[in-house]
Design a protein around this ligand. Sequence first.
Ligand code: FMN
Length: 333
Amino acid sequence: MLIKDTIKVGNFTLKNRMVKAPIHSETCVDGKVTKETEKHYEDRTKGGRFGLVVVEHCFVRKDGMASATQMSASRDSDIDGLKRICDIIHNNGSVAILQISHAGCGASREVTGLQPVSSSNISVPCGWPNSKPNPELPRSLTVNEIHDLEGYYIRAAERAVKAGYDGINLHSAHAYMLDQFYSPITNKRTDEYNGYTIEGRTRIHMELIKGIREVIGDKSLFALRLGGCDYTTGGTTIADSVEACKRFEQAGVDLIDISGGTCCFMRKGHTYPGYFGDISEAVKKEVHIPVLLTGGVKTVQDAEALLQEQKADMIGVGRIITAHADWGMELIR
Ligand SMILES: Cc1cc2nc3c(=O)[nH]c(=O)nc-3n(C[C@H](O)[C@H](O)[C@H](O)COP(=O)(O)O)c2cc1C
C-alpha cells in the first residue's frame, strides 16, 4: 500500500503518508491547553499511527482569535501547554507540527474585545462553511501594521519550536487572514500587497516564509496550508495556486497542504473523498515538494485510492478522527 510507504518531507522521513489534519478541539481556556486538550490528543494520536500530526490552529495575536476556546501561541506563557501536547504526540511516535493563524475579519469583538483587522475592510464568512460574516467590518491594515503582524506570526513559530515541535503549519486557508490577502474577493488593496497580482497577493506569505525560516532554522518542517481555490467568479483559481505554490517552494516551504479558500474546508455539492483533488493534482505536477490533500476521506482505502490516482503525496483526515478517536489503527498493524 502506498499509504504505508515512508516519505521524505524537508529534513524528516515520515513513517507513512497519513496525516492527522488540524481540528480545533475546543478545549482551551484563555488560550491555554487543558487536561481535556491533553486527553483529546492522547486518544487521537495513540499508537503513533500517523506519519504527521498537525496540531490545531493557534492564534498569533489576540485580535486574531477565532473563538473563545482556541489555543494560543501568542504569549511565551503558552509554551508550557504547547509542549505538553507536543510531548504526547512524540511519545506516541509521530512527527508533530503546530498550526499558526490569525482569523482576520473572522475575529469578533465579542471574543477578542478588539476591532477586527484584515487586508481590506471587507467581511466574509470565515473558518466554517455557511458561517455568518462578522457583523463588524474589519479595519484595513496599514503597511507598517502588516510588518508588525508578521512579527507576531514569526514569534509564534519560534514558540512552537521552543515547545519542541518539529515545525509549523502556516494557515492560509478557509478565509482567515492570510487567505484574506491571497483571495481577490477579500483583498482590494492597491499597494504592494495588492489583490490583483500574484506578487501582491502572496507578498505577506513570502515575507513570512523568510522571517519564520530565520527563527525555526533549516531543519524544522515548514508546511503551508493554502486555500487553493474559491470556486467562485472573481475568486482564487487553481492556476493561481500552481503559481503561488511554485513561489512558496522556491522560498523554502517543505510541504504544500491543500484545502479550500473562501469556500472554507468543504466544497458545495462535492462530498466524495478528496474533493479538493483537482487543486492538489495540478499543484503536484508543478512542484518538487510533497503535496498534502485533505477533505472527505473516511477510510484508509479512500486515502490509498487518492495516492494511486496521483492526486497528492500525502492524505489528511479530520472529522472522522474527531468522531472515532481510534480511527486508522490498521496503519500500524
Ligand atoms: C471542528 C473542525 C475544526 C477544524 N479546525 C481546523 C483548524 O484548526 N485548522 C485548519 O486548518 N482546519 C481546520 N478544520 C478543517 C480540517 O482540517 C479539514 O480540512 C476538514 O475537516 C476536511 O477534512 P475531513 O473531511 O477529513 O474532515 C476544522 C474542521 C472542523 C470540522
